[in-house]
Ligand binder design. Structure first.
Ligand SMILES: [Zn+2]
Length: 289
């Protein structure tokens, strides 16, 4: 019957996704561990694993994870797959780290100062960093994953607003970089990327949590039931422009007294400078010459 066929297919897709999610989270699991976590029978898990291995999505290693009893090795993401260059992008700096297909760091973390008065200059800075890595890894595919400050459409990879930038128009980051570099480019908001890292890299398997990123501005991201909560127009978590003090100081967004004007890293630094200048001079403690 067609309905039963559709149901079977839906269940199979669900089980495949569950197995892939477990491997992403735990990195290496044996067949019996996968059966325990999913609640599926060993024959059912075997069938799905055979499919995933034949499609190149998983690889099997005969190395046993435990010395107890009979064991048939473990399964993992194949580590000869494409590398990923991860970046945290702002118009003044780019932090970058190359990782392999299993999300293990390759080489060193890099912090690069950037001077990007235009979107073109920022794209060129990203491209230069990618080309340097490509030179070090000839013949390997290096995809890009970009965490970008401000509002981002994760489906189209368009940076809609980047409050730190001098430009005010949207930038088609994904499209423009894929055209130039011919690799896959994933773009999302920086706080959402932080939450995804916590979700996939922290093995303690929390289902519900919130990331708060206090930097130039203030952003946050919520994971509910293991899923990113994006909200209307991908606006969830944008708490920095919540008005905190109606008579407060002007914010870059054009309003007054937003949370960012009081508690962001840049606001705190400014308050510290004002305080240092205004306090009574104590000769013994005064750092000024
Ligand atoms: Zn504001």
């Amino acid at each position: 019957m067609q309905i039963a066929g559709l149901n079977n297919q839906t269940v199979r897709q669900h089980n495949r996704r569950a197995i892939m999610a477990l491997i992403w989270r735990y990195k290496r699991l044996s067949k019996s561990q996968l059966a325990t976590h999913t609640g599926l029978s060993i024959p059912a898990v075997s069938k799905i694993l055979d499919e995933l291995v034949s499609e190149g999505k998983l690889s099997h290693s005969s190395e046993n994870l435990s010395s107890r009893g009979m064991n048939s090795g473990h399964y993992q993401i194949p580590n000869d797959g494409p590398l990923i260059l991860c970046m945290n992008v702002t118009p003044t700096s780019i932090e970058s780290q190359l990782i392999d297909a299993q999300m293990t760091p390759v080489g060193d973390f890099r912090h690069t100062q950037v001077n990007a008065p235009t979107p073109e200059a920022l794209l060129t800075a990203i491209e230069d960093l990618w080309r340097q890595q490509q030179k070090n890894c000839p013949g390997r595919i290096i995809n890009l994953a970009l965490g970008v400050h401000g509002q981002v459409d994760p489906d189209t990879g368009v940076s809609q607003t980047m409050p730190q930038a001098p430009w005010k128009k949207p930038v088609e980051i994904k499209y423009l970089l894929e055209e130039r570099l011919r690799v896959s480019v994933r773009v999302d908001n920086d706080c959402i990327m932080l939450a995804l890292a916590e979700k996939w890299q922290n093995g303690s398997n929390r289902q519900d949590f919130c990331i708060v990123n206090v930097d130039y501005g203030i952003g946050s991201s919520f994971v509910i039931n293991g899923q990113i909560y994006r909200g209307m127009l991908n606006g969830s978590g944008q708490i920095g422009h919540t008005i905190f003090d109606r008579d407060g100081i002007a914010c870059d967004c054009g309003r007054y007294g937003c949370l960012e004007t009081v508690a962001s890293l840049s606001a705190l630094k400014k308050q510290a400078r004002v305080w240092l200048k205004s306090r009574p001079t104590t000769p013994d403690l005064d750092p000024r010459p």
